[in-house]
Design a protein around this ligand. Structure first.
Ligand code: NAD
Ligand code: MG
Length: 383
């Protein structure tokens, strides 16, 4: 029986993780649940899973039937909860850099970290990987592409990969013209063709920033330089990613697009368990297609590569400006095209600095958000 702390329990990844626990109550329990502000949602989950600890960023009154649970509140509530709960594994699915502190704390206090929160690697990859190595913790990818690569690498014995190939659905605006992309509405963007996810990552999929963040995530997780991490557009999302070897052989991992696959793989690793997903029916599967990404219509993919190559605080600036711009887009302040514009402005305007510690990461993030806000305000006035 493994006891899991689930960070981001009310979100897309969090609720799918709880679905696996429901299917395998003999293997897993949820000993800690955390959310941002959806108190009612968290109360419902707490009644069902009866965790020892819970946390919310926004403080609220706890109902009398849940007072036996140990509650933590505030911006560091998730970290305090991790220290108190004694979980074996932490499933880290907070969205954004807001989850970085919890990932680092999870490495201190849990045996294994099941990582969905890719922004933690984009902003603090060096620190996360160093800490995992120093403490001998397993860092298991939950992102479907990285889970696929992890599985292909395991199947390759000790042969070194020559190239990693991340597949990409292309997002909701894959077939749109530059002008249509510029003016896409929130509703256009939130209708992802193959995956159902939280709103921030769905917007990132439409700009292709998600794939840019995933290139950086892959470089950290698998120790590859960015020029050996390719991206291929594959709209059906059946091949979840691939690894090419010295002899030209390519291993791929396939399945129906269902995040419960990679989530359950990380949870039960090194075993495979049923997760409720449909099987892949090859007789009904036709027309797997592939294309190169169009970085003219979707420049964020190149911005992410550029920021990672620049190093220092540049990936934190990229991420912070993107988080601010995506929020502004979802709030109706700016057009879709202004997201890429804002990230470009922040990268062009910022002074890139070396980062030595977690405070340096958060300073660079605050700086990125100030730069983004300058641009967002100017763009708002223009509309
Ligand atoms: P979501 O918006 O559906 O859920 C986010 C969860 O985090 C919610 O429970 C929310 O309450 C919580 N949260 C947000 N800010 C918090 C904070 N400051 N402190 C504590 N809790 C906070 O997002 P999601 O789609 O589940 O994505 C979560 C992470 O997983 C993201 O980093 C995303 O990139 C990654 N991911 C998601 C998917 C997917 O299919 N949804 C796939 C791969 C990777
Ligand atoms: Mg992914």
């Amino acid at each position: 029986m493994r006891r899991l702390a689930i960070l981001g329990a009310t979100g897309s990844i969090g609720t799918q993780t709880l679905d696996i626990i429901r299917r395998h109550p003999d293997m897993f329990s949820a000993c800690a649940l955390c959310a941002h502000s959806d108190a009612e949602g968290l109360f419902r989950l707490a009644r069902e899973f009866n965790p020892a600890c819970c946390s919310l960023v926004d403080e609220c009154e706890v109902p009398s039937d849940l007072k036996h649970i140990q509650w933590f509140f505030g911006p560091h509530g998730a970290e305090d909860m991790l220290i108190a709960c004694g979980a074996d594994d932490a499933l880290c699915a907070i969205v954004g850099i807001a989850g970085l502190g919890a990932v680092l704390t999870a490495l201190d206090s849990c045996e294994r970290v099941l990582l969905a929160n890719k922004e933690a690697l984009v902003t603090g990859g060096g620190m996360v990987l160093d800490k995992a190595a120093r403490l001998g913790r397993e860092l298991l990818p939950v992102d479907s592409e990285h889970s696929a690569i992890f599985q292909c690498l395991k199947a390759s014995e000790s042969n070194k990969p020559r190239r990693l190939i991340l597949t990409c659905s292309g997002g909701a605006l894959r077939e749109k013209s530059k002008a249509e992309i510029q003016n896409a509405s929130v509703a256009d963007v939130l209708s992802h063709p193959t995956w159902r996810m939280g709103s921030k990552i769905t917007v990132d999929c439409a700009t292709l920033m998600n794939k840019g963040l995933e290139v950086i995530e892959a470089c950290w997780l698998f120790g590859m330089p960015p020029e050996k991490v390719d991206v291929v557009i594959h709209p059906q999302s059946v091949i979840h990613s691939m690894v090419e070897f010295e002899d030209g052989a390519v291993l791929a991992q396939l399945g129906k697009p269902d995040m419960r696959g990679p989530i359950s793989y990380a949870m039960a690793h090194p075993h495979r368990i049923s997760c409720g997903g449909e099987r892949l029916d090859f007789e009904r599967l036709s027309g797997l297609t592939f294309a190169a990404p169009d970085t003219d219509r979707f420049p964020c993919l190149s911005y992410a590569r550029e920021a990672f190559k620049a190093g220092g605080s540049a990936p934190v600036i990229l991420n912070g400006a993107n988080e601010a711009a995506v929020r502004a887009f979802l709030d109706g302040r700016i057009k879709f095209g202004a997201i890429a514009d804002t990230v470009r402005y922040a990268l062009d305007t910022c002074e890139v600095k070396a980062i030595h510690d977690i405070d340096g990461v958060f300073e660079a993030d605050a700086y990125a958000r100030r730069l983004a806000e300058q641009r967002l305000t100017a763009l708002e006035r223009r509309n």
